[in-house]
Ligand binder design. Structure first.
Ligand SMILES: Nc1ncnc2c1ncn2[C@@H]1O[C@H](COP(=O)(O)OP(=O)(O)O)[C@@H](O)[C@H]1O
Ligand SMILES: [Mg+2]
Length: 322
């Protein structure tokens, strides 16, 4: 029954009963006798009590809806309010749920668009760094070599230093370009890209253990890029925040596709650590390929980042990521 008819029926019953009683056996004198006042008050109290119960029951779904709205988080999609209650409330909950469907779809599309624009821009900057700045520096290096060949002895040391500095700059630019755009991903595939990532993050203070299990399913380009970017951000966080001396980077086949795990032996994210742009970015990328993502303290301490992706994850509605 709709909320309208429930309340209307309740009021009608109360009023009809009161009217019937007044027309029938009940009389109210002026001034009121104690016995009459007692009957009227008991009647009123029972009417109010029934009213309260009916309203409480009828409005409870609205309270649940309000809680669902407060808890809704587009980064953890899929949660929906239970449709229940009188017709109007059920309709409201259904409308809210379909609004969530639309918002989640729109968010996925715009996140895909933003991330794809970001990847394109990274690609462009990496290419320009490599092709333009890199070429210029290479030309400078060649010129310096010619200068060094003809320079008098007292200048040769300084020219040598300039050559060294230029070579270091060139290396740095190649490194930045590689980080911006994992070219190895296109050329050599995910496993080699992860290997070079592991090598890049292995320093005197930190050892990256790469563990790639056999039997990995074929992955789409989008999935590979998401796995790579998540591993990159997780390793960056380990290097920056964890104080760990060991981090494990594991890729293995899972029942429903593939699982990436980055786990360090550091101090752990701690209860106060909020999710910054890095973790939100990982979450968003995971959503794009319909993967499940978890970030939190590891079982034996430290921090664990886990991503589980299906092998044939469909490309997102916003198009591809590259
Ligand atoms: N491996 C880790 N070890 C310890 N703390 C971490 C680790 N990864 C993330 N955190 C904590 O989680 C927070 C959020 O990380 P992130 O979203 O990447 O932001 P940012 O790296 O920009 O601070 C970090 O500031 C840090 O406190
Ligand atoms: Mg970070």
């Amino acid at each position: 029954m709709s909320l309208f008819w429930r309340i209307f029926a309740l009021n009608a019953v109360g009023l009809v009963v009161a009217a019937a009683l007044l027309l029938g056996p009940v009389t109210v004198s002026t001034p009121v006798l104690p016995a009459e006042a007692f009957v009227v008050l008991v009647g009123l109290a029972s009417l109010l009590a029934v009213n309260a119960v009916v309203l409480r029951v009828g409005l409870a779904p609205l309270g649940r809806l309000a809680r669902a709205m407060t808890d809704a988080d587009l980064l953890h999609p899929g949660a929906r309010a239970v449709v229940s209650g009188p017709v109007e409330t059920a309709e409201l909950i259904r409308t809210y749920n379909s609004m969530l469907d639309r918002l989640e779809a729109e968010r996925a599309t715009s996140a895909a668009r933003a991330l794809s624009a970001q990847e394109r821009e990274r690609h462009r900057i990496a290419r320009e760094l490599h092709d333009e700045v890199g070429q210029t520096l290479t030309a400078v290096l060649l010129q310096l070599k010619r200068v060094a060949d003809r320079a008098p002895d007292d200048l040769r040391g300084e020219v040598g230093q300039a050559q060294e500095a230029t070579r270091a700059g060139l290396d740095e630019i190649r490194r930045i370009a590689r980080r911006l755009r994992p070219g190895v991903l296109d050329e050599l595939g995910l496993v080699s890209a992860l290997r070079s990532l592991a090598a890049e993050f292995t320093t005197h203070g930190l050892t990256v253990g790469l563990d790639v299990r056999p039997g990995l399913p074929a992955l789409t380009e989008e999935t590979e890029l998401v796995l790579y970017r998540v591993a990159q951000e997780a390793l960056t966080n380990t290097a920056r925040h964890s104080g760990a001396d060991r981090v494990e980077l594991r890729l293995r086949p899972a029942a429903d596709g593939v699982e990436l795990l980055v786990r360090d032996n550091g101090r752990g994210p701690g209860p106060a650590a909020g999710e910054g742009a890095g973790v939100l970015g990982m979450r968003e990328r995971a959503l794009l390929i319909g993967a499940t993502f978890t970030f939190g303290p590891g079982l034996g301490g430290g921090t664990a980042v886990r991503l589980r992706a299906a092998p044939a994850a469909l490309p997102p509605p916003g198009g591809d990521l590259r």
